[in-house]
Design a protein around this ligand. Sequence first.
Ligand code: SF4
Length: 387
Amino acid sequence: MEVAVTSIAPAVPISRDAALRLIACCDADLPELLAAARAAKERFKPGVITYSRKVFLPLTNLCRDYCGYCTFRRDPGDAGAHTMTPDEVLAVARAGEKLGCTEALFSLGDKPELLFPEMRETLRHLGYKSTLHYLEAMCGLVLRETSLLPHPNPGLLSAEWISRLAAVSPSMGLMLETTNASLLAPGAAHDNAPDKLPAKRLRTIEDAGKQNVPFTTGLLIGIGESLKDRVETLLAIREMNDRYGHIQEVIVQNFRVKPTIPMANWPEPTRGEMLRAVAVARLLLPNVNIQAPPNLSAPYYDDLVDAGINDWGGVSPLTPDFINPDKPWPHLEQLRLRTEAKGFALHQRLPVYPEFFPAVTAKPGLLAEKLCAAADDQGLARIKRAA
Ligand code: SF4
């Protein structure tokens, strides 16, 4: 191997040059790369892989963007187009509460009211000025009425909206996806997706950092980006974290093809590509939580443990993955058994990672109280149910 992984210093992030070489390593060198990544994970969070037991709340699947890989979004009038009512939100959250869930993941399209009069009418009927006002109210409702902690994922946010949502949720997220702006070109993955301009997404991530809001982000693998783009995207996230220290988690998410999407004929990234991307993420960010969703790598998802992840992300015992509805989450008992077979205990965490609690509890109030009530003495989920 051109970069000897044995030369990687413990807990020291690798350089751009090393990352560029390692992400392109040959199959013969892959085991050595994986061993280095797994060792880095063990220095960071030994013996344990975490997951967040969640309910998925697709508050609205209307979206003003048209990402080429998206099965979630709808236009008004499309089959399955839906905006949840407050009663529906509460019913799902309460059902999840009974199953030991501790996270209410709000995923939704980006500002659909800017494009669709139908959404403006729905919001008017519900009594809210915008989708973000409605989201804020629903996060507040779940926070007040249940033991679940909201984690909103609503797309681009202004500094003001980050502040408002941070008052009703301990963490939030926005995938950077890629730093390659040429993917907005005609025919590319982000054609007609103005909210996917990398500079705008970095601005949201930076604004969250300035407010010390625990933030989840990540990259997509296989949407037309190059190996170099993957490294540059990870480096952009690292730079944000170096400046503000608020990146609680980096998701490495692989593109999966679906028959109904504009990218229906695109190749999926190979298992080897995914392992290299995860391993390089771990070595670039040795002290950051790295997550990869198991349902998108089934049936071989446990290989991701070998590449240095320390978290499986949100897994629901109740609601389907509305973003990838044809990829069911592994049954939690299976996830536990396969994690243990790899030599790790599976622990349930909260949507905000333990090391980021001080950012939330520093502001007294209902959110801090609910977080403390939900956490055990290690900052993981206090209430745990059998899988
Ligand atoms: S990926 Fe997100 S922003 Fe893109 S179309 Fe789907 S819901 Fe909209």
